[in-house]
Design a protein around this ligand. Structure first.
Ligand code: KIV
Ligand code: ZN
Length: 503
């Protein structure tokens, strides 16, 4: 392998990728993806299998007519009918394939090796006679008798194919066997060799790169690793590994990788696993204190790839393993500048919630911080919550009991209400009314995230008898608790203000 040599990227998202179970794209969607693949810089866009449907034919035609820089290719079996339809779409290249392994020749195409050889040669010559680029695939090459494979590759070269693609159709290779296979083929033909690896054992990317190490100069890939069964080699992983590990050139603009991945995920409905390399949501997220502190000081401590290089941003995640500095950086980036004490309380709350199994999102953390930063500090609190319980259900009148410390003394009260929140707020008001008579002017509850375990953020406004309004907020995984905490904070603020006014 020569350092710096160009590796062609043959993208099959719109063909093998569309063979992903459950994926079906309209012509417009295929065109939108093709334009993005062109912007990304792939060398070939396999637009589809034109023989398979009218829609496939239309999509291939429209992509071929879109004026893209990439070579546009249509897939065809080694039959003139398939090839004619592909040629009729005005594509630049035809990728023709036929099974060559014993099992597939017998059960998939029902042909003898001699017939397979003859139809391969005829198809390649036919494509070349139309002046098109020809890529030839002996399907299931990795399970094909090695001597027959070499014989058919040699014949394909003599028939004039421009490239030979070696498919690991059922993904059974490992990097060393792939390397040996490509070296073997390279010994008998001079035509450029490509690899097409499936991911049945999770080795599609490693096997593709092993193929390149052995002399292959093109890799078939699909965005997000889409494709039949477990998929094909993931474009984004192959491209970044070639660039950063192998120091090989490709036409790919890595900054476009994330946008491409998201577009394909959106249009195919195939969501990306969070821990997927390069494009997964967690690929550039750091949680543990050691990691967040490390990357904040020197990104190379825990980042083998700069997030910006692939169009991403670093994310420091709040969770039970989070460190103070990571949380501080996150908050400061959102314009919140907590004091040391407030920051310590945010960290404590985040860790406590994490220990309870709650996943803390950025929105949760900001809500927690806003609530802590807006709270009346402990030393100034006139009213404090000492205990609380609520009973609710079908056939039960919602009843809340609260235990409050008022100016240093403990009091208990119970109240009923329309629901548990109403009962709890009434109970708080009952105890605090001798000190300050406030009415709840506004009450809003928001879930910071979507699930039933979402953290509830309660935002309220309370008004005293003179018409002075204060607002307060509280977050808690229990919305009744968040309501009580927000109410008590609002009462404290109101009391402090009125006492200050009297001074
Ligand atoms: O996996 C495979 O063998 C294929 C061929 C059409 C190349 O997708
Ligand atoms: Zn395939």
């Amino acid at each position: 392998m020569k350092k710096g040599d160009y590796v062609r990227i043959f993208d099959t998202t719109l063909r093998d990728g569309e063979q992903t179970p459950g994926v079906s794209l309209t012509t417009e969607e295929k065109l939108e993806i093709a334009r993005q693949l062109d912007k990304l810089g792939v060398d070939t866009i396999e637009a589809g299998t034109p023989i398979s449907s009218e829609g496939e034919k239309r999509a291939a035609k429209e992509i071929a007519a879109a004026g893209l820089d990439a070579e546009i290719c249509g897939l065809a079996r080694t039959t003139r009918k398939d090839i004619d339809i592909a040629i009729g779409c005005d594509v630049d290249a035809v990728h023709t394939f036929i099974s060559t392994s014993e099992v597939q020749m017998k059960y998939a195409v029902n042909m003898t090796p001699e017939e397979v050889l003859a139809s391969s040669i005829d198809s390649i010559e036919y494509i070349k006679s139309h002046g098109l680029v020809c890529e030839y695939s002996p399907m299931d090459a990795t399970r094909t008798d090695r001597e027959f494979l070499k014989q058919i590759c040699k014949a394909a070269e003599e028939a004039g194919t421009d490239r030979i693609n070696i498919p690991d159709t059922v993904g059974i290779m490992i990097p060393t066997s792939m390397q040996q296979l490509i070296e073997d083929i390279k010994r008998v033909v001079k035509v450029p060799i490509s690899v097409h690896c499936h991911n049945d054992f999770g080795m599609a990317v490693a096997n593709s790169l092993a193929g390149v190490e052995a002399g292959a100069s093109q890799i078939h890939v699909a965005v997000n690793g889409l494709g039949e069964r477990a998929g094909n080699a993931a474009l984004e992983e192959v491209a970044v590994a070639l660039d950063l590990i192998y120091k090989r050139k490709t036409g790919i603009d890595p900054k476009q990788l994330y946008d491409t991945s998201r577009l394909v995920a959106k249009l195919t409905g195939m969501m990306i696993q969070a821990n997927k390399a390069i494009v997964g949501e967690n690929a550039f997220s750091h949680e543990s204190g050691i990691h967040t502190r490390g990357v904040t000081v020197a990104p190379s401590t825990f980042e083998p790839i700069k997030p910006e290089f692939v169009g991403r941003k670093r994310k420091l995640v709040a969770g039970k393993l989070a460190g103070t500095s990571g949380i501080r950086v996150e908050l400061e980036e959102s314009g919140l500048h907590p004091t040391k004490e407030q920051l310590a309380e945010v960290v404590k709350t985040v860790k406590e919630l994490g220990d309870k199994g709650k996943k803390i999102t950025d929105a949760d953390m900001l809500a927690i911080a806003r609530s802590i930063m807006g709270k009346v500090v402990k030393e100034k609190r006139i009213v404090d919550l000492a205990g609380f319980s609520v009973v609710t259900g079908i056939g039960v009148i919602p009843t809340a009991s609260v235990r409050l410390v008022l100016d240093g003394k403990e009091y208990v009260a119970s109240e009923t209400g329309f629901g548990p929140v109403d009962a709890a707020i009434r109970a708080v008001q009952k105890l605090t009314s001798p000190l300050v008579n406030v009415r709840l002017k506004e009450y809003r509850i928001e879930a910071t995230t979507g699930g039933s375990d979402a953290i509830g953020e309660v935002i309220i406004k309370v008004e005293d008898k003179e018409g002075n309004v204060v607002s307060s907020r509280a977050v808690n995984e229990d919305i009744v608790m968040a309501s009580v905490e927000a109410m008590i904070d609002g009462i404290n603020k109101s009391l402090l203000k009125s006492r200050n006014r009297k001074k």
